[in-house]
Design a binder for this molecule. Structure first.
Ligand code: FES
Length: 627
């Protein structure tokens, strides 16, 4: 039976889309290109996808999280309201995904270090001798012979290139620029163009994060960075974290396609932005190297993450041969190639392999701990001889999930705090100095440390009555601390942290610390054996190390052992793009890492339970923190 169609008009955007009757307003918004917050991925539990129905009939399956007053105003959860007739829907500013503080960084040049500049995609100029009646070598052999003289052998000529080759060679009068890409079986020619010494060609490095996507564009003749751009991953409209994306991909009819198209659109939009800023044509980009966690990598290629989620947690790919960009919808040169940095296991992906590559962890004798803290805490321990790795589920708290006023690091998020221990008063700083509307991960870590230091909470995270302040109060049977009063906030509401929020944070920090301890125990090394600790990722950029140690998130070692290493996922992708040696090294690193599955055995659980105190049940592990 054919479903009838209905129209959904979104305000104030004035965008109308036609969808099948019974489509959720959240999905219709995605079709309209309007990104609505959807932390729970449409499960109806987070309450973030609020929209107002102005006209028309909708079927509402759940009103969870909605007050009677909101329902009276026509407010519905976008994921729980389904269009029955033509409808008009207003999307409030609060419900929209906004650009947030993406760690784009400066337009810095990649530091190849010891890796030679030898890009994965390169141009070879050939001055071929035209055929004559005395020289009847076929076109493809003529091309291959000339490439062999230049040292390129074996070289593959794909059919789509052969179909154009006779005209391409003759139009160019036999003087050609041959653009080649490295594959698992040698070199492959992706284009034959008339020789043009002035023409610049480019390659793209891409960090596909669950939350954000950052790209940098490089000149393939000299490796120089010519542009950089970043934005949030459009997949966020289908859920904030990896798990809700997996659920969306596997439990919805078009879920996998939607997620694949969303990340590809994110990348294509960034390419379009760079095109506008630099006047560089997207067709002059001949390939890209992407690094992302295992689920992001599979979704990018349109491979279901179903078995990553189910025990025994097996991904479909680790290392994968270069694929045609056009095949997955990436809009660069029509025959451009896409490379992915190899993953290690279900929850240790190419972003971590890229991080190990970028930090030269395997060049050093010193034992280094590399930590990337997000929804998952991924970590690697080792040196040039060995590497062990694990991932722990830190939960979404550090990215604002599961916290009453938690949010990502975007405009209005409290990112720094300081509490006066004698008065209990607080000073804070927000992203872009806007009025506060919530608190992000770095702010939450500082807040927890400061509440503890001021004596406002005890070691279990419960509020005490040690400090007399109006900011400490009880609402609906739960104690909470007011960070910002309604009159000062951007939302007109008091911004608070509750005891349940603190419990969630303690669980998250406990998981990360337990991961570190489990890795050390796996190789039977004490904490003191660690020579360096690298903190990676967008989150690391804003993280206060002293506060992170104070709450027991990070180990209590000399602070000068710590270093921020920034977005190493992107840096690793850049190295692989610009140096074949680095690309091969990335693959070796992927194979060299021994993955420790934390759910096997009791070590992690024991460590986790011990870490559910501030900073820890065993204070001897935190000698610099006052008990
Ligand atoms: S409640 Fe609708 S997306 Fe979470």
């Amino acid at each position: 039976m054919r479903m009838s169609k209905v129209k959904v008009l979104f305000l104030p955007d004035q965008v109308t889309v036609e969808v099948e009757q019974g489509t959720s307003l959240l999905k219709a918004a995605a079709v309209a290109g309007i990104s609505i917050k959807s932390t729970c991925g449409g499960a109806g539990t987070c309450g973030k996808c609020l929209v107002q129905v102005k006209e028309g009939e909708v079927r509402v399956d759940s009103t969870r999280n909605l007050s009677p007053a909101q329902q009276k105003q026509g407010m519905v959860l976008g994921c729980q309201a389904f269009a029955i007739s033509d409808v008009t829907v207003e999307v409030p500013a609060d419900s929209r995904l906004r650009r947030h503080q993406v760690l784009i960084g400066e337009l810095e040049q990649p530091d190849l270090g010891d890796f030679p500049f030898e890009p994965l995609l390169r141009t070879v100029t050939l001055d071929l001798t035209p055929p004559t009646l005395d020289d009847i070598t076929v076109d493809s052999q003529r091309l291959l012979a000339a490439l062999a003289v230049q040292g390129y052998q074996p070289v593959h000529l794909p059919l789509r290139l052969l179909q154009r080759l006779p005209e391409d060679l003759r139009t160019a009068m036999w003087k050609v620029d041959v653009i080649m890409s490295l594959t698992d079986c040698g070199w492959q020619v992706i284009a034959v163009e008339p020789n043009n010494p002035g023409k610049e060609r480019f390659g793209l490095a891409v960090d596909i994060g669950t939350t954000t996507v950052v790209v940098s564009l490089h000149n393939l003749a000299n490796g120089q960075t010519v542009a950089r751009a970043g934005t949030y991953n459009l997949q966020a409209q289908y859920g904030d974290d990896v798990i809700s994306r997996m659920i969306h991909a596997t439990e919805n009819k078009d879920g996998l396609t939607e997620l694949q198209q969303a990340v590809v659109k994110t990348i294509n939009d960034l390419i379009r932005q760079i095109e506008k800023e630099t006047q560089i044509n997207r067709e002059d980009i001949y390939g890209l190297v992407a690094a992302g966690n295992t689920t992001m990598s599979q979704l990018f290629l349109g491979i279901s993450p179903k078995y990553i989620r189910l025990e025994p947690y097996i991904p479909t790919i680790s290392s994968v041969a270069a694929v045609d960009a056009a095949e997955i919808g990436v809009k660069i040169h029509p025959r451009g190639m896409v490379y992915l940095i190899p993953s290690v296991a279900s929850y240790v992906g190419g972003d971590i392999t890229a991080g190990v590559l970028a930090t030269r962890l395997t060049d050093a004798e010193e034992i280094t701990l590399f930590i990337d803290i997000g929804t998952n805490g991924e970590m690697v321990l080792g040196n040039r001889d060995w590497l062990v790795t694990c991932a722990c589920s830190a939960g979404p708290a550090f990215e604002g999930g599961g916290i009453t006023f938690g949010m990502r690091a975007m405009e209005g998020a409290i990112e720094r705090v300081k509490i006066d221990s004698s008065t209990g008063e607080i000073e804070y700083k927000t992203v872009q100095d806007a009025k506060p509307i919530g608190i992000c991960g770095s702010g939450l870590i500082e807040l927890l440390g400061q509440l503890r230091r001021a004596g406002l909470i005890d070691r279990t995270g419960k509020f005490t009555d040690q400090v007399q302040t109006d900011r400490l109060r009880e609402r609906d049977g739960e104690k909470e601390y007011v960070l910002a009063w309604a009159k000062d906030s951007g939302s007109g509401k008091d911004i608070v942290i509750t005891e349940s929020d603190i419990k969630n944070l303690i669980r998250s920090k406990g998981a990360v610390y337990a991961g570190v301890r489990s890795l050390l125990r796996a190789v039977d090394l004490p904490l003191e054996a660690i020579d360096r600790i690298f903190i990676a990722g967008g989150f690391g950029h804003y993280l206060s190390i002293p506060e992170a140690v104070e709450i027991g998130l990070l180990p209590d070692v000399e602070r000068d052992k710590y270093a921020y290493v920034g977005n190493t996922s992107l840096k690793g992708a850049q190295l692989a793009l610009l140096s074949v040696s680095a690309w091969h090294r990335a693959r070796q690193i992927g194979e060299m890492m021994t993955y420790i599955e934390l759910s096997a055995g009791n070590t992690f659980m024991d460590e986790y339970v011990s870490a559910l105190f501030l900073p820890h049940t065993d204070l001897t592990q935190f000698p610099s923190v006052k008990g």
